[in-house]
Design a binder for this molecule. Structure first.
Ligand code: F6P
Ligand code: MG
Length: 433
């Protein structure tokens, strides 16, 4: 292979990396400090002065971090006692010797420093005793779910009907259902909270109508080859590497339900983050909270679906997996070398769905690719199993487009790479080294 394109970074002051690091990340950090500070009375009531002191330390840690970022200070080693600290600090050493000086916010790979920011927020929490399990994004994630309830209800009512029809052996067009639910899960990815710097970005329109209206906004649509592959390999294990909590998670769970109910899959493995990540990413706690919230509702559809999904977790047709690799700075081409156990685990699957923008950036190494580079080539050998990315574009990295396609879409929408209004379904069933 010819030499790889450069990783995206904030060195280019016209880039999205630059604007994200300069404008958006400081806002996210300020919002964290505000949210945590607002908890002070509750924490004091629950845990006394010791809890209040820890809360103050978290706010202090986050404010210090914001200052380091804004003044382009060198990246510091982590100092808490989480098991991943050695890996992060070793990576900092690797990066330092690679570039010949300590990496800093505006002069290193965007993927690295953005991931590092979320891990440093966690450091402030990890250093606590009482508040060690605080999720600084919990309130935002739960609000986003509650504000999307109308759309969630429409989707769950529809899913319940399909599930019942399938149980009654009604003749349904399974290919059509597969396509529809995959696209609902695709567009669910519009709703992440890091793109809106943590401010409300919930789903309010009808998710099923959206599938029709947004069809022309899918720049790469591999649903046909994906369907052909899935039908031929069915029913096998399908893995979903999840992205955001809230509406997006519900769309992913509905896709999983339809894959099982139509016997396109025999089991689903969900992969969640081990710590609060990129504002809205799903942790195990978010996953459990989502199901419990459906169970507590007085809607028939929500209760029906809750019972069904609770059953799926207990009969193991649904499995939840947590791995630190998803919250490390590495891209996925490094997985086999850096984390063979996860790579081996993924290779047991017959299909991997990677949800969202960050997973896409990690799939293609967050590099300055020519947009016409074949998707399979941009994966740089990462192929534990056939895989498909369901991603709304939020960062200026894209591969697999046809000649002239980028120019044509830019003419229609100058913000096409970052506003989440354009998407790709890219499927890859082979390794390219
Ligand atoms: O646009 C800001 C950003 O943090 C990107 O850096 C990141 O890729 C994206 O948001 C997260 O989006 P998603 O939730 O789809 O992975
Ligand atoms: Mg996300």
């Amino acid at each position: 292979m010819t030499s790889l394109p450069e990783p995206l970074s904030a060195r280019d002051t016209e880039s999205i990396a630059y604007h994200t690091i300069k404008d958006r990340l400081p806002v996210i950090l300020s919002k964290i400090a505000d949210t945590v500070y607002r908890l002070k009375n509750t924490i004091r009531e629950q845990h006394g002065e010791e809890g209040a002191k820890e809360l103050k330390d978290i706010v202090g840690g986050v404010s210090k971090l914001r200052n380091e970022l804004q003044t382009d200070k060198p990246i510091l080693p982590l100092e808490d006692d989480r098991a991943d600290v050695t890996t992060w600090n070793k990576y900092l050493e690797e990066q330092t010797s690679l570039i010949g000086y300590p990496p800093s916010w505006f002069k290193s790979a965007w993927l690295y420093v953005e991931c590092y920011m979320y891990r440093r927020v966690q450091e402030a929490v990890e250093k606590c005793k009482i508040l060690k399990s605080l999720d600084v994004f919990q309130e935002q994630k739960q609000k986003a779910f509650l504000n999307s309830q109308g759309a969630i209800l429409i989707l769950l009512n529809y899913s319940m009907k399909i599930v019942k029809d399938l149980e009654n052996e009604e003749e349904l067009d399974v290919e059509k259902l597969f396509q529809q639910f995959t696209q609902v899960a695709l567009w669910g990815n519009k709703c992440d909270l890091s793109i809106s710097a943590g401010f409300e970005n919930s789903q309010t329109g009808c998710p099923l109508d959206q599938v029709e209206t947004l069809k022309d906004h899918i720049l790469i649509n591999d649903l046909k080859p994906l369907w052909t592959y899935l039908r031929a390999s069915a029913p096998g294990r399908v893995d979903i590497i999840l992205d955001n909590a809230g509406f997006e998670l519900v769309t992913d769970l509905c896709l999983a339900e339809i894959l099982l109910s139509t016997k396109l899959a025999s089991s689903i493995h969900f992969h969640v983050k081990a710590l609060p990540w990129f504002v809205s990413d799903v942790t195990k706690e978010d996953f459990d909270w989502t199901l419990q919230t459906l169970g507590r509702s007085n809607s028939i559809a929500m209760n029906f679906i809750f019972q069904r999904w609770k059953g799926r977790l207990s009969n193991k047709s649904w499995n939840l997996q947590v791995h630190d690799y998803w919250t490390l700075p590495f891209d996925f081409s490094e997985m086999k070398m850096r984390c063979s156990d996860l790579h081996k685990e993924l290779s047991k699957s017959s299909l991997l769905f990677f949800k969202g923008d960050l997973n896409y950036r990690k799939l293609v190494g967050d590099r300055n690719w020519d947009t016409t580079t074949p998707f399979a080539e941009s994966l740089r050998g990462f192929h534990p199993a056939p895989l498909c990315t369901l991603r709304a574009l939020k960062a200026d990295v894209q591969t697999g487009l046809a000649e002239g396609q980028a120019k044509a879409v830019r003419e229609k929408d100058a913000e096409w790479m970052v506003n989440g209004n354009w998407a790709v379904i890219s499927f890859c069933d082979r390794t390219v080294q």
